[in-house]
Design a binder for this molecule. Structure first.
Ligand code: GLU
Length: 547
């Protein structure tokens, strides 16, 4: 077989050579040890936690080493493409602190190693396809779908491994005349790799996460170019990561089964193999067993979910870091205010088996994150969230920013800050009562007569002064307690509850409910200070009237 003639026959228009491409995309001028890596998502419009895990790993590895992170859009499957998906992807990742130095952008390409959208690279893939054919390492296959599925059925019923290999690779050694005839008939063809591997051979391979792997050689003649001339993932991966000078491929471990083929392909193309970082899946507990997070079953897989719930970006970031590097939490405790980028991230610390995603833990991390923020920052983030997800609440809280900031300052700072909020969505429930719009009517404990409650409230109104400090304020509450025959001695009450009609806690609760509508609220004295004299009194009066 004259393979050069075959290469010309299949790719008559390809005049560029691999040498020309080598020259066009030279090795990058980066410091020794710099990691050049990429994210290479398919533009499906769905950005998930796995993308963030992969993105953060790549971003840290690149930027920590003085390297480059670029974005390549793997749009070879036009059927799966969703319009606007690239924009969503870029914006979502940016929201979580992942910025690309180079690659596809919303408006086009940025960088010297493009194009960064695979469909614009057809000409480049064909240069290498032609080379492989010319070297006898690839050949056209004219099998129809029907022929391939008949082959598969035959293999299945004979309990053989399915696929296009060995004696099943029926176009592998066809004479030129058969190929010419098929082309003349206008039959469609794919380009296949001519594998020289054998499944009886194994070799060792080191993955940065999985450690040493024993790999069995690939013997399947996989497809390199589909019938429309667009490459498969495998071929595009080899060509693109070579020409873009990727040093580390960070990707999901669902690609491990085809890694033997990738290694083989890099070798056949004469490319240096990058290092591989295969990330395990994210899992969750389902009852007592673990399973992979699923797009269909788990809304918490989508990154949009965290935005809508109102998790601060920094909380999600912190949580993912604790998931990826087990020493991150200790580092954070020792460096509570340091930027997360000061932490020395290591891909070697990733759990090879993947990670268990723990929503409760994320919520906990988020509570701590919000507790660490100052009132101004909470205000800014809360308003940004509310403007998008609860505009009515946004309008309320922004109508008097100083008032809202004072509310958000309650219990902040100090050694033990309050942890009322895990997500911005919690805010309305927690502080809504400060705004008349969200104030609810109190429901008093039926154990006490309305007259008793009323008496307490009237007495409070007589004594209340906004100028009192908290000690005086509380003395007044105790006075009222004594005046109505309730006790301030909680110990005595606990020892013999029947001996007292009620306690100072009950008195406080009546007042709290009248002012906030709820039995639980932040420190009542502070609440009144923020509400101010007029609003506090008006609320209590309204409740007295309704009783
Ligand atoms: N397009 C592939 C995916 O979305 C990229 C895998 C890779 O990073 O190489 O899974």
């Amino acid at each position: 077989m004259d393979t050069h003639a075959l290469a010309e026959l299949l790719f008559p228009d390809v005049t560029d050579t691999p040498e020309m491409l080598e020259e066009k995309f030279p090795l990058r001028n980066v410091p020794e040890g710099a990691v050049i890596t990429r994210m290479a998502p398919s533009p499906t419009g769905f950005v998930h936690l796995g993308n963030l895990v992969q993105g953060l790993t790549s971003e840290r590895m690149a930027h920590q080493s003085g390297g480059v992170l670029f974005l390549r859009v793997e749009d070879t499957d036009a059927k799966r493409e969703v319009p606007g998906a690239v924009k969503v992807l870029i914006e979502t990742l940016k929201h979580y602190g992942i910025q690309f130095d180079e690659g596809a952008t919303i408006d086009g390409d940025n960088g010297l190693y493009g194009p960064y959208r695979q469909r614009s690279r057809a000409g480049i893939y064909h240069v290498y396809a032609k080379q492989l054919v010319s070297q006898g390492m690839a050949y056209p296959c004219f099998c129809t779908e029907e022929e391939l599925s008949a082959m598969r059925e035959k293999q299945e019923s004979a309990k053989e491994t399915t696929g296009y290999y060995g004696k099943y690779a029926i176009w592998r050694d066809r004479p030129m005349t058969d190929i010419q005839e098929a082309l003349a008939d206008g039959k469609s063809w794919v380009l296949r790799f001519r594998s020289t591997g054998s499944i009886t051979n194994q070799f060792k391979f080191n993955d940065l996460v999985k450690g040493e792997l024993t790999i069995t050689e690939n013997d399947v003649d996989h497809v390199l170019l589909k019938s429309d001339g667009i490459p498969t993932y495998h071929f595009a991966h080899a060509v693109d990561d070579h020409l873009m000078r990727t040093t580390h491929v960070v990707r999901g471990d669902e690609w491990l089964p085809t890694l033997p083929f990738h290694i083989q392909l890099f070798k056949a193309l004469g490319f240096k193999l990058p290092k591989y970082v295969h990330i395990g899946p994210l899992m969750k507990m389902d009852g007592t067993s673990k399973r992979k997070l699923s797009k269909r079953k788990d809304p918490e897989l989508a990154l949009t979910f965290y935005k809508a719930e109102g998790f601060p970006v920094s909380a999600v970031y912190e949580y993912i870091m604790t998931l990826l590097n087990s020493n991150y939490e200790d580092w954070r405790r020792a460096n509570p205010t340091a930027p997360a980028t000061d932490f020395k991230f290591s891909p070697k610390k990733l759990n090879p088996a993947g990670n268990l995603f723990d929503y409760a833990k994320l919520t906990d991390v988020s509570k701590n994150e919000i507790a660490r923020m100052d009132a101004q920052q909470v205000y800014t983030e809360l308003v940004a969230w509310a403007e998008e997800f609860d505009p009515e609440f946004a309008a309320e809280i922004t109508s008097d920013p100083a008032y809202t900031t004072a509310i958000l300052a309650i219990g902040r700072g100090g050694k033990k800050p309050r942890k009322d909020l895990a997500v911005w969505k919690d805010a309305k429930d927690y502080m809504g009562f400060f705004y008349d719009k969200y104030l609810t009517a109190p429901v008093f404990d039926e154990k006490f007569s309305h007259d008793t409650v009323k008496l307490v409230l009237e007495k409070f109104l007589e004594k209340f002064s906004i100028a009192d400090d908290s000690a005086v304020w509380f003395d007044k509450v105790k006075e009222i307690t004594a005046e109505i025959g309730f006790t301030t001695d909680m110990k005595a009450y606990k020892a013999d509850p029947d001996a007292f009609p009620g306690t100072v806690a009950d008195v406080s609760t009546f007042i709290r409910q009248a002012v906030t509508g709820k039995t639980n609220s932040p420190d009542l004295y502070t609440v009144m200070q923020i509400l101010g004299y007029d609003r506090t009194v008006a609320r209590i009066k309204a409740v007295i009237q309704a009783l």
